[in-house]
Write a protein that binds this ligand. Structure first.
Ligand code: NI
Length: 148
């Protein structure tokens, strides 16, 4: 599964510089659209939620872990990412959370990558699937941030 770890590490090492070069990070679009800082905050929330999911799956002694959804807009709102965080703080937070995820995943066995969880829609997926989905979600949002 080193390809997934490599992909995440590549994003981690390349994205902060790209984000920092953008000129419109402080722009505030009309609600309910998120600003670019709020999207960064959402990626921190996603990192926190998914880190806990990965930990739960890896440490679950018995039984299938059932994943709960979370209220994404509410989390962005209550953290006041646009007004109370600088871009530097958001990138630092995002980097730290994902470093924790990289370390957590770096030494998993093939059997651990095949551990299963149950999604909100009742389908069963592996940890590998969940990590790939986490990275794709991150890439999806970064495309929006880097686009105009
Ligand atoms: Ni999202």
């Amino acid at each position: 599964m080193n390809n997934l770890i490599d992909e995440l590490e590549n994003i981690l090492s390349s994205m902060p510089e790209k984000i920092n070069s953008l000129m419109d990070l402080e722009n505030r679009p009309l609600r309910p659209k998120w600003s670019k800082k709020e999207i960064l905050g959402h990626l921190c929330d996603s990192g926190n939620v998914n880190h806990q999911r990965f930990v739960d799956i890896i440490t679950s002694a018995d039984g299938l872990v059932t994943l709960e959804g979370y209220n994404q807009d509410l989390l962005v709102e209550i953290h006041q990412y646009h007004h109370l965080f600088t871009v530097e703080e958001l990138l630092h937070l995002w980097t730290s959370i994902n470093k924790q995820i990289v370390v957590l995943l770096a030494n998993l066995s093939e059997d651990q990558w095949r551990l299963e969880c149950k999604l909100e829609n009742e389908t069963i997926q592996t940890l590998k699937w969940l990590v790939a989905d986490y990275i794709q979600h991150m890439i999806h949002h970064f495309k929006h941030i880097l686009a105009n």
